[in-house]
Design a protein around this ligand. Structure first.
Ligand code: PMP
Length: 435
């Protein structure tokens, strides 16, 4: 059995996920987006039905109520990641927007003539070749805007578990102003040793280096304590942690955030607006211009309550075992190569793999016919796939609502599909007769 008690949340079809009622759906794509428990969908509906109104503005009771619910969601995020202060949590549309916020803010000299923290010509930004595109492209843009140099830790130094010694030999130096790295790889499942990386970077980079952690694949699955990690920014997406789409967050150290140029201009992010210029509010309002995703933030708050109800450490423990099982079962399938670290290196509950007989997209389509949802493609990690010598891979990713039975059913559907393709190439039919 999984960690889910409520029948409604165990899946519409008796399997994992909100499948059609007449069919068991085996949902193995939670690294792309997780399913949402009914407390989250109920919270969205309840917001629109009982307190719909804009936040921070109205003098009326409904607005006070929605403001309180929205700000209470911020408190929930802040305590979930152990932020020092609620003002360190900024709601964004997702992790992608949160990274773009930081990359744009640090690379655009905003009007008003004030001196904000800035990456400039000759400075260096360091990321890895294994990053998701959302942690690559914003830095390419920032580098081209400023004349900074973007450097990469090679995939070969991270694919078998992050090799901290790869940072030596010039990748980190006194011009390194920004390091941005994922906590857990959405392709390899590797869990990066952030403490060691932070220590090395702080000792060897520019004294005012800033470190961003892309925690999209860790915050939903394991305790992420922003203070213990020693980084400056953490980003995550709500929809991967049982919350709605359209909401994510940036956590940042308050002093750093208030020294950064605003990312978007508009209502709520200002202190005073004059015709010849404006002054800005402090974080978080500074970075939340316009009407925010109110319902989605409240939904994320409900998701956090739900996860806390199960216990994030319990989720982590359960998933490590289930992920290990997935990996062992997959490695026993003939002709399948699992990408990522050797057995024995701790990894998240996901496996990307390739087979010797079928393209990952065809595999995805055939497994879908069997009611198994996996992901196929480059998973927004083209540089990593190129470095590994594959254009695409298939990926099965798990969450606390998955079971060993899901893994078994997936593996038998996979074996059936591979057997079918093998029979096509060998000139025999699936039942072994000459075709
Ligand atoms: N980073 C990683 C490691 C991810 O897995 C993802 C989502 N696949 C993202 C960033 C981007 O998240 P979003 O699309 O929700 O903004």
């Amino acid at each position: 059995s999984s960690l889910v008690d409520d029948e409604r949340d165990a899946g519409g079809g008796g399997g994992t996920g909100g499948g059609k009622a007449d069919r068991r759906l085996i949902y193995l794509d939670s690294a792309a987006t997780s399913h949402k428990p009914s407390v989250v969908t109920d919270a969205l509906i309840s917001y629109y039905e009982t307190m719909n109104s804009n936040v921070h503005r109205g003098a009326h009771a409904l607005s006070r109520e929605s403001t309180e619910a929205y700000e209470c969601a911020r408190d929930k995020v802040a305590s979930f990641v152990n932020a020092r202060d609620r003002n360190e949590v900024i709601f964004t549309s997702g992790a992608t927007e949160a990274i773009n916020l930081v990359a744009t803010s640090l690379s655009c000299r905003e009007g008003g003539g004030r001196e904000y923290r800035l990456i400039g010509e000759g400075d260096e930004i360091l990321i890895t070749e294994a990053e998701h595109h959302s942690n690559i492209v914003p830095w390419q843009m920032a580098a081209s805007r400023t004349g900074a140099t973007l450097r990469y830790v090679p995939a070969s130094s991270v694919s078998d578990g992050f090799d901290v010694s790869a940072l030596m030999g010039g990748l980190v130096n006194d011009r390194t102003k920004l390091v941005s790295i994922q906590h857990v790889s959405n392709v390899l499942g590797t869990i990066n040793p952030i403490g060691d990386i932070v220590d090395y970077v702080r000792d060897n980079a520019s004294p005012d280096v800033l470190i961003l952690l892309d925690a999209c694949q860790s915050v939903p699955h394991m305790k992420v304590d922003v203070r213990a990690l020693g980084v400056d920014f953490v980003v995550a997406s709500g929809h991967k942690m049982c919350g709605p789409t359209g909401i994510g967050f940036l956590w940042g150290r308050e002093d750093v955030l208030n020294g950064m140029a605003p990312y978007k201009g508009g209502g709520e992010m200002i202190d005073e607006v004059y015709m010849d210029g404006s002054t800005y509010a402090r974080s978080p309002a500074r970075f939340e211009a316009g009407t925010p995703p109110i319902a989605q933030a409240i939904g994320l708050g409900a998701a956090i309550d739900y996860i806390n109800g199960i216990g994030i450490d319990r989720i982590h423990e359960y998933e490590i075992e289930l992920g290990d099982y997935l990996r062992r079962r997959l490695e026993d399938v003939e002709g399948v190569t699992v990408l990522g670290p050797r057995v024995g290196v701790e990894r998240a509950a996901l496996c990307s793999f390739v087979s010797d007989v079928v393209h990952p997209s065809d595999l995805g389509t055939f497994l879908d016919l069997e009611g198994v949802a996996i992901r196929s493609g480059h998973h927004c990690c083209q540089p990593l796939h190129r470095a590994l010598g594959h254009s695409h891979s298939a990926r099965a990713s798990l969450y606390f609502y998955n079971t060993k039975e899901d893994v078994d059913d997936f593996v038998s559907a996979l074996e059936g599909t591979l057997g079918f393709f093998r029979s096509l190439t060998s000139g025999t039919t699936v039942d072994g007769k000459d075709g």
